[in-house]
Write a protein that binds this ligand. Structure first.
Ligand SMILES: C[S@@+](CC[C@H](N)C(=O)[O-])C[C@H]1O[C@@H](n2cnc3c(N)ncnc32)[C@H](O)[C@@H]1O
Length: 260
């Protein structure tokens, strides 16, 4: 299966792009599945959606990815090498179509942003936004964020954003929800002391679960009054899922926790 995908997709791309040499990471990116490590976990927080890549997104994956894309590797991530400078570092997990991340990166050129997303059309769209807006402070990984976090050195992030993670509403799917105690413990360790984790959801039952998990997590302190929910940050550009929830009449619950 892997051999077939590799061959067919890589050949198509080579034809499209005049036989240009493409890197190993790019070949994986153009395959049907996002990259997976040898020890693939049984329960994942996502399913690979079949979404088609537009021609523009395909071009971006071939031409723009080599500059801003980061291949998953079993070695620790070296942020200094990745960005070539030391400024506040923000990670967005599950950036979806990337519009929110692009607007954030544009508004804060003094910060660097690592976006992690498994949905390739979203990755392609963010690459197009980076190119169109001339952004230099964004890097992208197309890989499971859980495995990415494992490669991030302890205490290296100033902020982590997880906006409208998949709510997995059916009870039998709750185990797929990203915000669970082991994940939060993994994430909390990657924040600097004083670093902030921000979450939002439009699914009340998931909001309550987030609250329960985060209140029980060691080394995280709520920024909200009475350890409940936060007002929606005025500076947050609405994400695609937030707008969709708004159209459906959903409320939004925001949470923020500081690492101590
Ligand atoms: C409901 S969508 C929200 C997207 C975006 N944050 C928004 O608000 O529009 C959740 C996104 O998280 C991504 N995702 C889920 N689990 C992930 C994981 N373990 N690693 C990386 N991305 C993940 C999915 O592919 C999906 O695009």
């Amino acid at each position: 299966m892997m051999g077939r995908c590799y061959h067919s997709v890589a050949c198509i791309e080579l034809q499209h792009f005049g036989g240009a040499r493409i890197s190993k990471s790019l070949v994986f990116l153009l395959m049907d599945e996002p990259t997976q490590s040898a020890h693939a976990r049984a329960v994942r927080s996502y399913v690979t959606r079949a979404g088609r890549l537009t021609t523009a997104q395909q071009r971006a994956l071939v031409e723009v990815w080599p500059k801003f894309g980061v291949a998953f590797d079993s070695q620790p991530l070296d942020f200094d090498a990745l960005f070539g400078r030391r400024v506040p570092r923000v990670m967005e997990i599950g950036f979806g179509n990337g519009d929110h991340l692009a607007s954030l990166a544009k508004a804060h050129p003094q910060c660097d942003y690592l976006g992690v997303e498994v949905h390739r059309p979203g990755v392609g769209r963010l690459l197009l936004a980076i190119e169109a807006q001339g952004l230099t402070n964004v890097r992208i990984m197309c890989h499971d964020a859980v495995e990415v976090l494992e490669q991030i050195p302890l205490g290296s992030l100033d902020e982590v954003l997880i906006l409208f993670p998949d709510p997995w509403p059916k009870k039998r799917h709750h185990k797929r929800r990203l915000i669970q105690a082991p994940f939060v413990a993994l994430l909390a360790g990657r924040l600097k002391i004083g670093g902030v984790l921000r979450l939002a959801t439009d699914w009340q039952a998931y909001a309550e679960q987030m609250l329960e998990v985060l209140e029980a997590a060691s080394g995280l302190t709520s920024l909200a009054a009475h350890e409940r929910f936060m007002p929606r940050p005025a500076e947050r550009a609405p994400t695609r899922f937030e707008l969709r929830g708004e159209r459906l009449g959903h409320a939004v619950w925001d949470l923020a926790y500081r690492a101590s």
